[in-house]
Design a protein around this ligand. Sequence first.
Ligand SMILES: *Cc1c(COP(=O)(O)O)cnc(C)c1O
Length: 476
Amino acid sequence: MEKLLNELSSPRRAGVSLPELDVPPAEPLPLGFLREELSLPEVSQVDVVRHFVRLSQQNFAVDTVFYPLGSCTMKHNPKVNEEAAKMPGFMQVHPYQPEATVQGALRLIFELQEYLAEITGLDATSVQPAAGAHGELAGMLMVRAYHRSRGEGHRVRVLAPDSAHGTNPSSAAMSGYQVTVIGHDQQGNVDLAQLREAMGPDVAALMLTNPSTLGLFETHVEEICRVVHEGGGLVYGDGANMNALLGWAKPGELGFDVMHLNLHKTFSTPHGGGGPGGGPVCCRDFLAPFLPGPVAALRDGGGDTLKKPPFSIGRMRSFYGNFLVLVRAYAYIRSLGPDGLREVAENAVLNANYLQHRLKEAFDLPYTRHCMHETVLSASRQKEQGVRAWDIAKRLIDYGFYPPTVYFPLIVQEAMMVEPTETESKETLDAFAEAMLAIAREAVEDPDMVRGAPHTTRIGRLDEAAAARKPKLCWG
Ligand SMILES: *Cc1c(COP(=O)(O)O)cnc(C)c1O
């Protein structure tokens, strides 16, 4: 077992040697700022390097292992995107530079806005929001501003299916709305009868994800949009699952009025440990005046400029959003082109169905129809053996895979939500399927061993809630 840094410590050992002082020494720090006892390890440079490189390798990343985290679209991030984002003309621009000197950057934003509008079948885009949930908040604030502008501030309710991502009701609530939950039918679709009943003159919008978080195409989507529109409501689309539809279906043509996209999912920009993301919001033309701004626009007489839409809900973020994330998404779209994007969705759906087919005997499959970009299995059979979805997820780590999403969506018992993405080969999918099938056998033959997993990591199970709420961020 590797030694910790403090175990390697030896008095007066140092990681750097400074040259002789050739300037007058500075005033020493005031005594009040100095500590007598500071128990830092005294170690060599190579010990420090090995320590941190080893720590970095104890983590899972999409660049090291298959990462089928459902609802997150953890696809490979093509390195050509990084090359584009590294170009000095993009990397070194400053948001306060005169407009004339950043024409290329503005043109990139403008073209990305247009591409995203084309892909979604909508009319206008703002790339300001920095994450999916941030885009949802922007979209719902636009819905509110739109209704108020028409003297319809009495619309105080938002409808959301029970399969919705938790961010949907949260975004509605943060925009000042009451949320009414709509149930699902036996096929996993929105329950139309419940929707009709819940619809009323006080409803501002329905928030809908298609494909749903069950990984299923909402077959009544046009009828759902019709019911909401007839009641004077708008339809918000959660576009986080757009990987399944690219080039095949346009949400604008299905009836959606406003939606967000996740650049860090569908458009292959890194998720990066909660780091910078992109959640552009796209909408129909009647909502465009409310978009968060500024947005990139063509200048009269040629060139590109920034404009604040006339009734803008305001800024969601400083400047233009995460600009280098936009560069990466732009590079992805341009390098694939329309046919390439179509193939992305085709292979994402094919890969998910392949895994669904290989795993459906060993695990329960609550909704048996073809899935879209992800499949939701259930460990309820294994639970009878005392092995839960949670245990299967931990055991997968021993097999060298990142675990799928578990216990979401909430409407499936012991849910295991597997999203392989289009970037994985058949060999990788087969290796994952074999591991899952082996774990299903282990659950019968040696359930205690599965419950004790992971066995190959430095530490076993963590208290994840405490780790998130009371993180220990200091050494020692
Ligand atoms: C990921 C996801 C979101 C939220 O996106 P963030 O970028 O994580 O804020 C919303 N809805 C669905 C369906 C998602 O999968």
